[in-house]
Design a protein around this ligand. Structure first.
Ligand SMILES: [Fe+2]
Length: 187
């Protein structure tokens, strides 16, 4: 399943990609530095996905679904929790004693999110929203995700401007979120 199609198709494709990265992480031995590289990559994808959902999916949920407000509030709460885990993880190298615990926590939080959206939210949206609305949202979500910078390869630290935003140092999650939402544009 590739990217494209309506918002449900697009976000489900993201979910599969994230699950694939989790499987790659799980297949590597504890302490392997590639686990950290994959953790950074999955963090970028997850922040991109979360911001797109927050900007376009949840407002629609609030508007169209019965109990939409409480569903959207719960999703935002879950995003905030996963983001705290990602911020903690961002500070750990693969051989940090906390790395495996945080990675396990993040995978569990995200797998719950995926099961919840695909099992409950997306089927409800299929029933309540028109095909045109879902398609239009898919386009918006794709545009929003494209605003996210990607992390430069560690061997190419001087390639502007992405490295300025997401280079080594604290705050990758926050800077990524700022870049996506348009906050901190003066950078
Ligand atoms: Fe999602």
């Amino acid at each position: 399943m590739g990217h494209g199609g309506d918002v449900i198709h697009e976000l489900t494709t993201d979910h599969r990609e994230v699950e694939d990265m989790f499987a790659q992480i799980e297949a590597l031995p504890s302490g392997d530095s590639r686990r950290k590289e994959l953790a950074d990559k999955v963090t970028i994808e997850l922040v991109r996905h979360s911001v797109a959902e927050e900007m376009y999916l949840y407002p629609t949920v609030r508007e169209h679904l019965p109990n939409g407000d409480s569903i959207a509030d719960k999703e935002l709460e879950d995003h905030a929790k996963a983001e705290r885990t990602m911020k903690d993880l961002e500070r750990c190298q693969a051989d940090d004693p906390q790395f495996d615990r945080l990675m396990t926590e993040l995978m569990s939080e995200i797998r719950d999110h995926v099961a919840d959206e695909e099992g409950n939210l997306f089927p409800m949206m299929r029933q309540t929203c028109s095909a045109e609305d879902l398609q239009r949202l898919g386009d918006k979500v794709r545009t929003a995700k494209k605003m996210a910078p990607t992390r430069p390869h560690p061997s190419a630290p001087d390639t502007p401007p992405g490295n300025k935003l997401l280079g080594p140092g604290a705050g990758m999650v926050d800077r990524l979120r700022d870049a996506l939402t348009g906050r901190g544009k003066s950078d």
